[in-house]
Ligand binder design. Structure first.
Ligand SMILES: NC(=O)c1ccc[n+]([C@@H]2O[C@H](COP(=O)([O-])OP(=O)(O)OC[C@H]3O[C@@H](n4cnc5c(N)ncnc54)[C@H](OP(=O)(O)O)[C@@H]3O)[C@@H](O)[C@H]2O)c1
Length: 344
């Protein structure tokens, strides 16, 4: 069986979707139909492809459409998501527009694939930071129960999109040449080179940012834990690819470092997790590690330790490639699971 595939949006996430489809030998009929705001040739996943200007007739006959466009009223999935599903395709959406909307499933295959419903073929993939956090903590929640989560993120520039990656690289060159560093305030508030910016997405009235509340709300939805106390601080750091997170958990029952590592090292209990945790040999995961060939689709977990400052406390550090497991890989895995379950 082969499937007709569409990809809407050809930024870094669209590029990784094509790359992951090829790497996983996803059964695509012919070439995927690539769509964006205007027609042109583009190099995606090291291949020159035709990108078409998105239009209704391009969705006809497609079985699955990956959305990697921008968000909001003029964004790809708001404008074209229902066109895809009405044409009979599954829409698998990297954007945030429908994640918290009643009736839309929000899926991380390692955690809640059963939440997919044939009633609504528009499936949402969570925020990149949420994905790696739930892959890391859901096994611990299943084992002993989580009472409260405190998370701080260290997020790469690529999380903003192609323009932010490019701006950071230009700033590195300007800094090295001793020139005045330039920046576009439409991307980050200040130069990102050699600085950490504790604002991702817009500020809300509460003082939190929208990115921080995505982590709270999406985690509760995915883990079916509507009342779970979660607090987040999201920080942009001068890294091109890969997000890290420091996660502090308060658990329902005691869990030693050794017991936590046993759970996290067991692929049946902790699918998608790779433990890199060996303090004696100075082994812990970093953003540079998560893009390595051996780790590129994994959520790396390390620095696991008991937190004696609260009852049943546990600390951990997780790292993942935000463009792959944080976006593209998660959506391709969803499509693979749909095939596995006979839904696609
Ligand atoms: N980057 C990450 O780490 C990450 C992680 C999780 C989720 N996401 C989400 O994934 C999506 C894509 O991210 P990205 O970083 O690849 O973004 P990006 O670099 O801004 O690229 C967006 C792409 O979408 C196209 N597009 C925008 N509006 C469109 C519309 N109305 N119809 C059709 N195409 C449209 C653009 O077309 P043109 O090229 O023609 O302008 C462009 O190719 C975003 O929703 C983002 O929030 C990103």
């Amino acid at each position: 069986m082969v499937y007709r595939v569409g990809v809407v949006g050809v930024g870094p996430v669209g590029d990784r979707i094509f790359r992951v489809l090829k790497e996983r030998n996803f059964p695509v009929e012919g070439a995927p139909v690539f769509m964006a705001t205007r027609e042109r040739m583009e190099v995606l996943a090291d291949e020159e492809v035709l990108v078409r200007e998105v239009s209704e007739e391009l969705f006809e006959g497609l079985d699955v459409v990956f959305f990697a466009g921008r968000e909001g009223a003029k964004g790809a999935s708001v404008q074209w998501g229902s066109v895809a599903t009405e044409a009979g395709a599954w829409a698998i959406d990297n954007g945030s527009d429908f994640r918290m909307t009643e009736g839309y499933s929000l899926i991380v295959p390692e955690v809640n694939m059963d939440a997919v419903s044939v009633e609504n073929k528009h499936i949402c993939s969570p925020n990149c930071s949420t994905i790696q956090m739930v892959v890391s903590i859901a096994p611990i929640h299943r084992a002993v129960g989580i009472k409260r989560v405190v998370v701080s993120t260290y997020q790469a520039t690529s999380g903003w999109g192609q323009a932010a990656m490019e701006e950071f690289e230009v700033q590195v060159g300007q800094y090295a040449a001793g020139e005045q560093v330039q920046w576009d305030p439409g991307i980050f508030d200040k130069p990102i080179v050699f600085d950490c910016l504790p604002r991702i997405d817009r500020f809300l009235d509460t003082g939190y940012t929208k990115e921080e509340m995505k982590m709270v709300d999406e985690t509760r939805k995915i883990m079916s834990a509507p009342g779970m106390p979660i607090t987040a601080t999201a920080v942009r750091v001068p890294v091109v690819i890969g997000h890290s997170e420091s996660i502090n958990l308060e658990l329902e029952a005691p869990l030693s470092r050794e017991e936590a590592l046993e759970i996290l090292r067991d692929p049946k209990q902790s699918p998608g997790v790779t433990v890199v945790d060996d303090p004696e040999n100075l082994q812990y995961p970093t953003q540079a590690d998560c893009v390595l060939e051996a780790y590129k689709d994994d959520v790396l977990v390390g620095r696991v330790r008991e937190d004696a400052s609260v009852e049943n406390g546990l600390n951990l550090w997780c790292v993942s490639d935000n463009l792959r497991k944080g976006a593209a890989t998660n959506t391709v895995q969803i499509a693979q699971e749909l095939i596995e379950r006979g839904l696609l």
